[in-house]
Design a protein around this ligand. Structure first.
Ligand code: ZN
Length: 287
């Protein structure tokens, strides 16, 4: 949703780095012998990614011969990638990719883990493939769970593959009622394919982004309420609007679909808000 540059490390190079520190000699031989299988799985993943058909992949083609899924995950990922020096270097590099440590799935949380885009136990051959490992916050990792997309429309956006941030797609409007509350929603720009719109809406719902952004927007309004009241008293609603529009502009220049800029823009566009609807102590708005 908030794109990241795709990792350049291949599936095989990552896998070998993760298993080469295995201490048990027999297990190490078994793991290294699976290199071709892992490489082929990585190629299948990349082909499906190019075709927009990740949802159509069959976990049966991503097993590793001679090892259970649990063992592959334990030996290659949990031990190899998380706990050996060479594997950990890859893990740390993937984790460090998002600017400001922001989760690319929600654009708000702090990165805490690597999420397996295709679940690791169903797709063990991809458990240390960098293209399948997305840095994520704990909430997004939990919300996504071990689920597999059921079809094209329910495939979450993939930060390495779906590079949509050059288009404005996040919108908000001030909802009726008091105190002021913002409704966030996906507003696809002209030219988006229907499937991308559906996927973005699914992503938005899956990670509960409307709620997450509304909470953050509410905090912002609380933080600036006193300042807005003083501006309204001193210069009227046009002063308030100009301030909000300026704040929107600088934030949107930094992140076109960040909730911060979208919040300020929605507030600047709302006449009742600029006229004093933010002020909880006044029963009527300013003229
Ligand atoms: Zn997140």
């Amino acid at each position: 949703m908030w794109p990241l540059d795709p990792p350049t490390l291949s599936a095989r190079d990552s896998y070998e780095a993760c298993v080469r520190g295995t201490r048990d000699p027999q297990r190490k031989v078994l793991l290294l012998a699976a290199g071709d299988r892992v490489e082929a799985a990585g190629e299948r993943l990349r082909l499906a990614a190019r075709q927009g058909r990740l949802y159509a992949l069959d976990g049966a083609e991503f097993t590793v011969p001679g090892m259970s899924s649990d063992n592959v995950v334990r030996w290659a990922y949990e031990n190899g990638m998380v706990n050996t020096r060479d594997g950990r270097a890859i893990y740390d590099r993937l984790m460090a990719a998002p600017a400001d440590e922001r989760c690319p799935l929600c654009g708000q949380g702090v990165v805490r883990t690597l999420d397996h885009f295709l679940p690791k136990r169903m797709f063990p051959a991809l458990c240390v493939d960098p293209l399948n490992l997305v840095p994520a916050c704990a909430d997004c990792n939990h919300a996504k769970g071990e689920g597999l997309p059921s079809g094209a429309k329910t495939t979450p956006l993939h930060p390495y593959l779906d590079r949509i941030d050059q288009d404005p797609w996040l919108e908000a409007r001030v909802a009726d009622g008091s105190p002021v509350r913002l409704d966030f929603f996906v507003s696809p720009p002209p030219g988006w394919e229907q499937i991308l719109t559906e996927r973005t809406r699914h992503h938005f719902a899956l990670f509960q982004l409307a709620r997450l952004f509304a909470i953050q927007a509410n905090r912002t309004i609380n933080n600036i309420r006193q300042q807005l009241t003083a501006m309204l008293d001193a210069g009227g609603k046009d002063t308030v609007r100009a301030y909000l529009a300026d704040e929107a502009e600088t934030r949107l220049a930094h992140r076109l679909n960040g909730w911060e800029g979208v919040t300020y823009r929605a507030l600047a566009r709302d006449d009742a808000f600029c006229s004093g609807a933010f002020d909880l102590t006044r029963p009527t708005v300013h003229p």
